[in-house]
Design a protein around this ligand. Structure first.
Ligand code: PLP
Length: 394
């Protein structure tokens, strides 16, 4: 089955009880048993729920896995992965990481003695050198947030496999439509379904997808034992969102490409971060492992004062100033004070995340309107350094 068919059909059958074409919201906490231990596969809704089971089958198919486990949020999904390990083990993670993932690794699991170290993975061989005797998990995020760096998933997973180390890829920014890490050698794929998979900014949800049954069982066990399950209504909303995933992501990527090019030619813009530029340092890898280049674009201003960035951030009308990404509507964000505020400033600056960096989550509106909105907002910025635009600088 091809992707556009999977989003509509994989794992989805008319409801066996009623024939309802849309998967019903099974809003129940428990299930009747005909005699002790005799049931229809459902005992208690922390353990199983039919709406959730359909969503899990669908997600497994989208990432070419054998099973998926759905959680109440993306960070709850990460939490289950972290619990596969114990005190003294080490996670080696990409250095330009989602702020909340970093916070969980350092401030929650760090306290318990599960160590995390952060490395520049944009050259895959760096990973080989960074692996230590306690490294048990390699955590990849690509494209990264908000610098839009690209990690070579196949190369890093091959290194990990040769050393017997598990790999988890946070595939939130790409979505399953653009990139399928299990096919490239990863063991676990994580999504914050709050973003592209849900796609309508109306639900918080997360999932893990794996290709090994035994690993799936361990993760189901951890979920049932610790309880971060999504409600059936949320699973329904995610299922509903998935039906248009390919259409939404495709349009958003096309819009983002036009906006990245517009920004790169703008006299007040110093740098544009978007993997679709031939000048992007890992453009070739992006081309190899992604179907399109994604709908996230970050940029920095020539006059890179906080004051100037604030002007842009508070002037747009169609780009709403808000956290999150991946919805049908375009959002504008300020990573330094919003999504990445939990990362120390020195750490942020090391990866190029300046105080004036602006991040766009490009939606599916008409691109001419979006560009007009940015043109108006950039018009309010003073530029003290006119000159040639730089496409991408690393
Ligand atoms: C949002 C996000 C998460 C966390 O997901 P929640 O659903 O907010 O818990 C993890 N990784 C990335 C890349 C994200 O954008």
């Amino acid at each position: 089955m091809k992707f556009a068919t999977k989003v509509i059909h994989a794992g989805i059958e008319p409801d066996p009880g009623t024939g309802a074409v849309m998967t019903p919201i099974y809003q129940t906490s428990t299930y009747a048993q005909s005699s002790p231990g005799e049931h229809k596969g459902f005992e208690y809704a922390r353990t199983q729920n039919p709406t959730r089971s359909v969503l899990e089958k669908n997600l497994a198919a989208l990432e070419n896995g054998v099973d998926a486990i759905c959680f109440s949020s993306g960070l709850a999904a990460q939490d289950a992965v972290m619990k596969l390990f114990k005190s003294g083990d080490e996670v080696l993670a990409v250095n330009d990481l989602y702020g909340g993932s970093y916070r969980q690794m350092i401030r929650v699991y760090g306290q318990w003695g599960l160590k995390s170290r952060f490395v520049d993975m944009y050259t895959a061989s760096n990973v080989e050198q960074a692996i230590g005797p306690d490294t048990k998990l390699i955590w990849i995020e690509t494209p990264t947030n908000p610098m839009l760096n690209i990690v070579d998933i196949a190369a890093v997973c091959a290194i990990a496999r040769s050393r017997g180390i598990l790999t988890c890829v946070d595939n939130t920014f790409a979505s399953p439509y653009l990139q399928n890490p299990l096919d490239l050698g990863a063991d676990i794929v994580l999504h914050s379904a709050t973003k592209y998979i849900g796609g309508h900014s109306d639900v918080v949800h997360g999932c893990l997808i794996v290709k090994d049954i035994e690993l799936a069982e361990r993760l189901h066990f951890l979920q049932n034992a610790t309880g971060a399950v999504p409600g059936p209504q949320d699973c329904f909303l995610v299922l509903r969102g998935i039906k248009t995933l390919h259409l939404r992501v495709q349009r958003a990527c096309e819009n983002a490409a036009a906006i990245a090019q517009y920004l790169a030619a703008h006299p007040k813009v110093a740098k544009v971060f978007w993997p679709g530029f031939a000048q992007h340092p890992n453009h070739d890898i992006a081309k190899k492992q992604m179907r399109m280049f994604g709908a996230m674009v970050s940029f920095d201003l020539k006059d890179n004062s906080m004051e100037n960035a604030t002007k842009v951030l508070s002037s747009t009308h169609l780009f709403t100033l808000a956290e999150s990404l991946g919805g049908v509507e375009s959002l504008i964000g300020h990573p330094a004070s919003m999504t990445h505020a939990s990362i120390p400033r020195e750490e942020r600056l090391k990866v190029g995340l300046t105080d004036s960096l602006i991040r766009l989550s490009v939606g599916v509106e008409d691109v001419e309107d979006l560009i007009e909105d940015l043109e108006m907002a950039l018009g309010k910025v003073k530029s003290e350094a006119p000159g040639q635009p730089i496409f991408v600088e690393n």
